[in-house]
Design a protein around this ligand. Structure first.
Ligand SMILES: C[S@@+](CC[C@H](N)C(=O)[O-])C[C@H]1O[C@@H](n2cnc3c(N)ncnc32)[C@H](O)[C@@H]1O
Length: 218
C-alpha cells in the first residue's frame, strides 16, 4: 500500500531500519568492505553507491543473466565489485574512470576481491573510450555513475550498444534534488538522460535516496 504522504515523496526508512536491512540483505564480504571503506581511507570523496543500492545492482544483473556490463565511474571499485559478483566466470565488466588515482585504488580492490580477471578499468575521460569499447558489444547492462553533465551522452551510447532486454541504470537520477532547476546545465543533461531513455527503453525511476533510473532496452 501507499498513502498520500508516500505518494508525494515521504519515506518511512529511518537510519536504524536502513542499517538493519543492509546487514540482513546486503552484508559485505571482506572484498566489499575493503572497497567500501577505501574512499575515506585514501582521501577520495566517499560517494560510492549505498550498501542496499549496491546489492540491488547485483540482483538486477543476476535477474537478466548479465555477462557483459559497462560502468561509467569506478571510484574505488565498490559498485564494480557488486556487479562483477553477479557475473558468471566468463562474464566481464568494463569500468570507466577519469582519475588515475581512483583507478589504481579500484584495481587493487578488485584484485583483493578475487575479481581481477573479470574487471577491466579503463582510465581517462569516458567519452574517449566509447568508440573502441562499443566494438565489444552488444552489452547486457550499462550503469551510469560518473559526471552528471554527460549523462545524456552516456545514455545515447548505451541505447546503441545494449542488446534488446538489456538494462540501463543511472544513479543520481534526482540530481541531488536539483533535477528540475531551470538554469543548471547539468540538471538539463540529466533531464535529457531521462527523456531520451524513455524513447529507447521501458523505464522507471526507482526511488532510492537520489533516484535510480532503470530501463529495459526495447
Ligand atoms: C560517484 S563516483 C563513482 C562511484 C562508483 N560507481 C561506486 O558506486 O563505487 C564518480 C566517479 O566518476 C569519475 N568521473 C568523473 N568524470 C568522469 C569522466 N568524464 N569519465 C570517467 N569517469 C569520470 C570520478 O572520478 C569518480 O571516481
Amino acid at each position: 500500500m501507499a498513502d498520500a504522504d508516500s505518494r508525494t515523496g515521504a519515506r518511512y526508512a529511518t537510519s536504524e531500519i536502513v542499517h538493519w536491512l543492509d546487514q540482513l540483505h546486503a552484508a559485505h564480504d571482506a572484498g566489499l568492505e575493503r572497497a567500501f571503506l577505501a574512499p575515506g581511507l585514501n582521501g577520495m570523496p566517499a560517494i560510492q553507491v549505498g550498501i542496499g543500492e549496491g546489492k540491488l545492482l547485483t540482483v538486477l544483473l543476476k535477474m537478466i543473466g548479465a555477462k557483459k556490463v559497462v560502468e561509467f565511474g569506478t571510484l574505488a571499485g565498490y559498485s564494480a565489485i557488486r556487479m562483477a559478483q553477479a557475473l558468471p566466470k566468463d562474464g566481464h565488466l568494463w569500468s570507466l574512470e577519469f582519475d588515475a588515482k581512483h583507478a589504481a585504488i579500484a584495481r587493487a580492490n578488485v584484485e583483493a576481491a578475487g575479481l581481477g580477471d573479470q574487471v577491466t578499468i579503463l582510465v581517462g575521460p569516458a567519452l574517449d573510450a566509447l568508440p573502441a569499447l562499443g566494438q565489444l558489444g552488444p552489452f547486457d547492462a550499462v550503469f551510469v555513475d560518473a559526471d552528471k553533465g554527460n549523462y545524456d551522452r552516456y545514455g545515447t551510447w548505451a541505447a546503441m550498444v545494449l542488446r534488446p532486454g538489456g538494462l540501463l541504470l543511472g544513479d543520481n537520477a534526482y540530481y541531488f534534488g536539483n533535477l528540475l532547476e531551470a538554469d543548471n546545465k547539468d540538471a538539463a543533461a540529466m533531464r535529457r538522460f531521462h527523456e531520451q531513455a524513455k524513447q529507447a527503453f521501458d523505464t522507471v525511476c526507482i526511488p532510492t535516496p537520489d533516484g535510480l533510473l532503470l530501463g529495459i532496452k526495447k
